[in-house]
Design a protein around this ligand. Structure first.
Ligand SMILES: *Cc1c(COP(=O)(O)O)cnc(C)c1O
Length: 348
């Protein structure tokens, strides 16, 4: 094995059999049955003996239509993680740097390391938000090739300020990637800032808001030249026919997706309000999860206490700056009730 990869375990979220699974920010609500039936119907028409459409043009045109950009400004892959990996294969690599502000999505750093890109690490402020002056100073001093922002940020929850994103785009010497895996839950999106003369890449995924984590489909919006660079760095026929068809059909159900998002945002408000009555520190969330820290109790102990009650949340205690913190995904009303009841008991 490459010695620079070390012997770490890589990126894992432990999966255990539990009644209430609120640890990986999936949607608690499945996609519409009408979509399942439409997929079943279309699967029979796929020319399985042929390679897929290499450019995935039908899907890209539909995604482009959704966002009001050109199809040449869209690139689709097996989850937004593959989008990020391909981006760093094309634009990162030895001698180049990627800037991240911890704590943030661990895969940004992980994929940078896998591709031999040097990680330039900053930290978020004491409130876990991005500190504008600190961010701009680091960009000025470090001149990163790729600058990662995660908005809303996983695992802290809050969306970056629009003005900050605009300032970062103006200051960064290379590409700025805004990871919007939770974009539809947030009050604003950087998607409308994407343009041919702006070095911005916005990534999105079907895994969270579209209730399709099992499909493995994500995409980015970027200048056509950047998309062309990613095409050169990707494997031929990386996106199979099934994924292309299923992803295209999902876009017929935008209103259903928006309804699910609204339901989850409603539940997020209820969860946050209930947590405010418990002895925990709490951070604002613009996503489908909430970060909290039990007061006067270790995070590990509370995590285990929840697990004993068959509720699985994410233990973020080992992430930089998050000692004692837990992250809970917003679930169905019943799952959220079970979580709140278990937490109340554990904290009593
Ligand atoms: C969940 C998540 C993703 C999604 O990755 P996929 O490969 O599309 O499933 C990307 N970025 C962030 C910040 C996430 O939390």
């Amino acid at each position: 094995m490459r010695p620079d990869l070390g012997l770490g375990e890589g990126y894992h979220s432990p999966q255990v059999e539990v009644a209430v699974r609120l640890n990986t920010n999936e949607s608690p609500i499945p996609p519409p049955q009408a979509w399942v039936r439409a997929v079943q119907d279309q699967v029979g028409r796929i020319a399985w003996h042929r390679y897929p459409d290499r450019g995935a043009w039908a899907l890209r045109k539909a995604v482009a239509g959704l966002h009001g950009v050109a199809p040449e400004q869209v690139w689709c892959a097996n989850g937004s993680n593959e989008v990020l990996q391909t981006l760093l294969l094309a634009y990162g690599g030895p001698g180049r740097t990627a800037a991240v502000w911890e704590p943030t999505y661990a895969l940004h750093r992980h994929i940078a390391e896998l591709t031999g890109t040097t990680v330039l690490e900053g930290s978020r402020g004491p409130d876990l938000g991005l500190d504008r002056d600190g961010v701009l100073r680091m960009i000025e001093a470090g001149r990163p090739t790729v600058t990662f922002l995660c908005s809303p940020n996983n695992p802290t929850g809050e969306a970056a300020d629009r003005d900050l994103v605009i300032d970062v785009i103006a200051a960064a010497p290379g590409l700025v990637v805004v990871d919007e895996a939770y974009g539809q839950f947030a009050p604003w999106s950087a998607a409308d800032l994407v343009a041919e003369d702006v070095p911005l890449v916005v990534t999105r995924t079907y895994s969270k808001t579209w209730s399709l984590a099992g499909l493995r489909l994500g995409y980015c919006l970027a200048p056509a030249q950047v998309v062309a660079g990613m095409e050169r760095a990707s494997l031929p026929y990386h996106l199979d026919s099934f994924t292309q068809v299923a992803g295209l059909l999902a876009l017929d159900y935008v209103a259903d997706m928006e309804r699910r998002v609204a339901q989850i945002v409603g539940q997020r408000g209820r969860l946050a309000a209930a947590l405010r009555h418990l002895p925990v520190d709490l951070w604002r969330s613009d996503a489908n999860f909430v970060l909290f820290r039990p007061q006067g109790r270790s995070g590990d102990e509370v995590w285990s206490g929840l697990l004993d009650r068959s509720v699985l949340v994410r233990n973020c205690g080992s992430w930089p700056g998050l000692v004692g913190c837990l992250r809970v995904t917003v679930g169905t009303p019943e799952e959220n009730d079970a979580f709140l009841a278990a937490l109340t008991e554990v904290l009593a």
